[in-house]
Design a protein around this ligand. Structure first.
Ligand code: BJ8
Length: 423
C-alpha cells in the first residue's frame, strides 16, 4: 500500500531494490510453502505474518517507537530478550537468510566469509531491511571470528552498534564474563530507554519469554508423533517467526496450532504417511528466507522432525527460572539459562553432541543431516566428530556444506535423494 511505501521511504530503504526483494520472497514462499499438502489450518497465521513481514509488523514497531518504546536488533540467541523487554524495549532478530548486494559486500568482506554474515551486510548495504533501519540499537556479539571481525566493519556502516563480549569456555570464569556482560547490557538498554529494570518488570519479561519458549516446546513434542502432524518446513517457519513477532501473539498462535496438531494425532493424520523417513537437521542457523535445505529434504520424501539449530532447539530449549527476590537473583537465573547454549564457538562443546543424540531418540529420527554454511569453521569442524560418533552408533549422517546460492541445488538434490533412499 501507499502507507507502507512512505513508511519504507522514511526508514531510508531503497524502494526499487526493496520491491525486488519482496517480489523474490513472495514468489519463493508461494512455491515452497503454499504448495505443501495437508498444512495445519493454523499455519494461515504464519502465512499472514510472512505476507506482512515488512508491512504490518514494521508499522507496529514504528507505532511502538512513537509511543516511546525502543527497538533493539540482534544477530545471536545470546542476546537476552528478558533484559530487553524488562527495560521497555522490543527485540527483533536481524540475521538474514538471503544474498543481497553481493558485489558491494565483497568490497568490505573477504569472499570466504559465511553467507550469514555476508547477508547481514548485504541487507544493510542494499538498504532493504526495515528491521535494521528501525532499530534504535543493534547488538553484535563476539562469537565466531567471522562475526567478531565483521562487526568492526559494520560499526562503520551504522551508528548504533553495541558489541557484547561472550565467553568461549564453559568455566566459572566464563560464567562470570557472561554475567558481567549481561549487567553491562542491562545498563546500556536502561540508558537507551530511560526505563530502569525492576524485579517486577524482569519477572514479567521472564514469564513472557518462557511462555513463548514453552509453546515451541509443546510444538516440538508433538513432532514426535508418527505420522508427523506438521512439516519441517512449517515448523522451521514458526521457529523463524519466533524472532520477529509480538511475543504474546506469537505464543497464542503456536498454542493454537498445537491444539490442532493434537486433534490430528488423535485422528492419526499427518503431513506424510506413517513410517516415513524422519530426519533431524543439525548445524548452522537457518534464517528467513533460507528454506533451501528443508525444501530439498521434504520434496525428496523425508520429513524433518527437529532442528538442532539456533533457529530451533539450540535457541529455544531451557526456560529461565522465574523465582527471585532481586534483579540480581533474576539476572543470575538468566545467566544460568543462556550459559547452557551449546554454540560451536565454545570449546570444548560436548553438550551439543549429547543434544543431537537426545534429539534422535526423542523424535525417533532415522538419520541426521548436518547443515554447515561454507566457511563456517565452528560448525564445519564440529561436523566431523559428530559424523564419526553417529557412524559408530549406526545412525546415517549426511554432511552438507552449502551457501545461499542456488548453484548447487542439482548436486544437493541428488545427494539428499540418495540419503533419504537409504533411511
Ligand atoms: S549462538 S550459532 S546465533 S553465534 S554460520 S556467523 S558461526 S561463520 S551464527 Fe550463531 Fe549465536 Fe552461535 Fe547461535 Fe559464524 Fe558460522 Fe557464520 Fe554463524
Amino acid at each position: 500500500s501507499d502507507d507502507y511505501r512512505s513508511m519504507w521511504a522514511d526508514l531510508g530503504l531503497d524502494l526499487a531494490a526493496h520491491d525486488m526483494l519482496l517480489g523474490v520472497l513472495g514468489e519463493a514462499y508461494g512455491k515452497m510453502y503454499l504448495t505443501q499438502a495437508n498444512r495445519p489450518a493454523g499455519m494461515s497465521y504464519f502465512d499472514f505474518v510472512m505476507s506482512e513481514v515488512h508491512g504490518l509488523r514494521i508499522k507496529e514497531l514504528i507505532d511502538e517507537k512513537k509511543a516511546g518504546r525502543k527497538i533493539i536488533g540482534s544477530y545471536c540467541v545470546f542476546v537476552p530478550e528478558e533484559i530487553v523487554l524488562a527495560a521497555n524495549a522490543t527485540l527483533v532478530g536481524l540475521c538474514s537468510g538471503a544474498d543481497f548486494a553481493m558485489e558491494e559486500v565483497e568490497r568490505l568482506l573477504p569472499r570466504n566469509t559465511c553467507a550469514l554474515i555476508k547477508s547481514a551486510f548485504g541487507f544493510k548495504l542494499g538498504k532493504v531491511c526495515p528491521y535494521l533501519e528501525s532499530a534504535d540499537m543493534i547488538v553484535g556479539e563476539n562469537t565466531c571470528d567471522g562475526k567478531k571481525k565483521a562487526y568492526e566493519s559494520l560499526a562503520q556502516l551504522v551508528d548504533n552498534l553495541y558489541v557484547m563480549d561472550l565467553p568461549q569456555v564453559k568455566s566459572d570464569k566464563g560464567r562470570d564474563l557472561l554475567k558481567a556482560e549481561y549487567q553491562r547490557f542491562q545498563k546500556a538498554v536502561e540508558e537507551l530507554t530511560g526505563s530502569p529494570i525492576t524485579v517486577a518488570s524482569l519477572q514479567q519479561a521472564i514469564r513472557t519469554v518462557n511462555a513463548k519458549r514453552a509453546a515451541i516446546h509443546r510444538l516440538s513434542t508433538l513432532r514426535k508423533a508418527d505420522p508427523a502432524p506438521i512439516s519441517g518446513m512449517d515448523a522451521l517457519l514458526v521457529n523463524q517467526v519466533f524472532f520477529y513477532d509480538n511475543p504474546a501473539r506469537f505464543t497464542d498462535a503456536v498454542n493454537k496450532i498445537c491444539d490442532e496438531l493434537e486433534q490430528r494425532m488423535k485422528a492419526k493424520s499427518g503431513v506424510f504417511p506413517t513410517k516415513n523417513p524422519r530426519v533431524i537437521v543439525a548445524g548452522c542457523p537457518q534464517a528467513v528466507p533460507n528454506w533451501k535445505l528443508p525444501m530439498l529434504v521434504e520434496t525428496a520424501g523425508a520429513v524433518i522432525v527437529g532442528e538442532e539449530s539456533c533457529v530451533g532447539e539450540r535457541g529455544t530449549r531451557n526456560l529461565t527460572d522465574e523465582a527471585g527476590n532481586s534483579v540480581d537473583e533474576l539476572l543470575d537465573n538468566i545467566v544460568d539459562r543462556y550459559f547452557q547454549i551449546d554454540c560451536a564457538i565454545f570449546t570444548p562443546n560436548r553438550d551439543r553432541l549429547h543434544h543431537i543424540l537426545e534429539m534422535i531418540e526423542k523424535y525417533q529420527a532415522d538419520g541426521v543431516i548436518h547443515y554447515g554454511l561454507q566457511f563456517c569453521q565452528p560448525y564445519l569442524m564440529e561436523a566431523l566428530p559428530i559424523e564419526k560418533v553417529l557412524a559408530e552408533k549406526g545412525v546415517p549422517c549426511l554432511r552438507i556444506e552449502t551457501d545461499y546460492s542456488m548453484e548447487d541445488i542439482g548436486q544437493l538434490k541428488t545427494r539428499i535423494e540418495a540419503f533419504v533412499e537409504q533411511l
